[in-house]
Write a protein that binds this ligand. Structure first.
Ligand code: NAD
Ligand code: TDX
Length: 331
């Protein structure tokens, strides 16, 4: 089987390619990635001899048509993925997340190729801190940021292409991922690398916001479960019951790294900052039989801290430019 992975040089996509090479050795993988600031071909070094890498843009209909025409299945990870960047300049988000997804959908429609769309729980907006509710596949879309609204737009295109044109598509909406190869702009790697550099972690606002953390290996195992057992036209929510407030996450990082758990600073809040995300993954668990393996957040976080300590050569080139961007935002 030929599999085309978009965004395979990014955080989740690269981990997906590693897992695929390891656990599905019969699959021939091609990666299509534009190598934006967030993509790093070195993330594929451990599997480079098993993967065909194409540098290209998902919004380029020629390269997309050629690659989709030669594959059996597309798994679409490529995106502009960072909320803070989307507040500064939304256009790349509209272009990649909306027009890029449209370009892929037209190609899979032309060639009759199965398609899996990787999306986020942020399409549902946010929940109150004291609300026992979680997101389900029936929760109405209510995105807050340019990032999440472009992801919501892309999900709706997929639903329309499935219903109107019979495209064989599945969608997954996952909660916050952590693990190796995540860009240092994101919350956990930013704080871990700050502590390595002797800089105090920075919490937005009050630090009370809650995210539902899942290890990237569990996310990708769930995507494989959907590829193997999911029904075309369906949406599956992926989450591992990992709700933690940001303050607790930072305190745990500091403790794991041998620092005083209070050694962080509160900085100005993200505009429109979603309060809480929480996923009800009952459908995925009961209909498809998926279960997460990383059930103790602290252990997964400790392994992630170790990975960043051991892979400074991977993240160091991005660190100064990332912090310079944050400095301009006052965060
Ligand atoms: P990332 O920013 O680390 O990686 C994105 C990759 O896409 C990069 O390699 C980048 O070069 C590539 N890319 C960007 N624009 C492109 C274009 N126009 N053409 C081709 N390639 C392009 O993102 P991530 O965190 O790995 O997220 C992957 C997917 O998972 C995204 O669709 C995101 O919305 C979704 N998601 C992420 C999380 C999370 O916690 N990180 C949670 C749920 C869903
Ligand atoms: O320095 C920081 N301090 C801080 O308090 C940063 C970078 C973030 N935060 C807060 C904001 C959020 O409440 O931490 C939380 C997590 O922030 P991000 O890592 O930026 O993630 P989030 O905005 O929740 O979005 C992530 O999860 C859903 C991914 O970036 C998205 O791609 C995914 O769809």
């Amino acid at each position: 089987m030929h599999l085309l992975v978009t965004g395979g040089a990014g955080f989740i996509g690269a981990n997906f390619v590693h897992q695929t090479v390891r656990e599905h050795p019969d699959v021939q993988v091609t990666v299509l990635d534009a190598l934006t600031y967030a993509g790093d071909e070195r993330s594929l070094d451990p599997v480079a001899d098993r993967v065909t890498f194409v540098k290209g843009d998902i919004a380029d209909p020629d390269v997309v048509d050629r690659l989709v025409g030669a594959t059996d299945l597309v798994v679409h990870f490529a995106a502009e993925s960072h909320n803070d960047n989307s507040l500064h300049d939304p256009w790349p988000f509209v272009r990649t997340n909306v027009i890029g997804t449209y370009t892929l959908l037209e190609a899979v429609r032309r060639h009759g190729v199965r398609y899996h769309h990787v999306s986020t729980d942020e399409v549902y907006g946010d929940l109150e801190l004291d609300d026992p509710a979680k997101f389900t596949p029936d929760t109405p879309y209510n995105p807050s940021s340019p990032y999440s609204s472009t992801k919501a737009s892309s999900d709706l295109l997929v639903r329309a292409w499935a219903r109107s044109f019979g495209v064989q598509a599945t969608i997954s909406n996952c909660s916050n991922n952590y693990g190796p190869y995540q860009h240092v702009e994101k919350f956990i790697p930013r704080q871990v690398t700050n502590v390595i550099d002797g800089v105090r972690p920075k919490l937005y606002g009050s630090g009370q916001n809650v995210r539902d953390w899942i290890h990237v290996e569990d996310h990708n195992a769930a995507v494989w479960t959907i590829l193997e057992k999911g029904r075309a036209g369906e949406t599956y929510l992926i989450g591992a019951d990992g709700e933690k407030d940001n303050r607790t996450v930072v305190e745990t990082i500091l403790e794991l790294m041998g620092q005083d758990p209070d050694a962080y600073d509160l900085v100005s809040d993200r505009p429109g900052h979603d309060l809480r995300y929480a996923i009800d993954a009952t459908k995925l668990r009961t209909e498809l039989g998926w279960v997460p393996r990383y059930t103790t957040f602290r252990d997964g976080l400790a392994a992630t801290v170790d990975w960043y300590r051991a892979h400074e050569a991977w993240w160091r080139p991005q660190k100064d430019a990332t912090e310079a961007r944050y400095a301009k935002l006052g965060r």
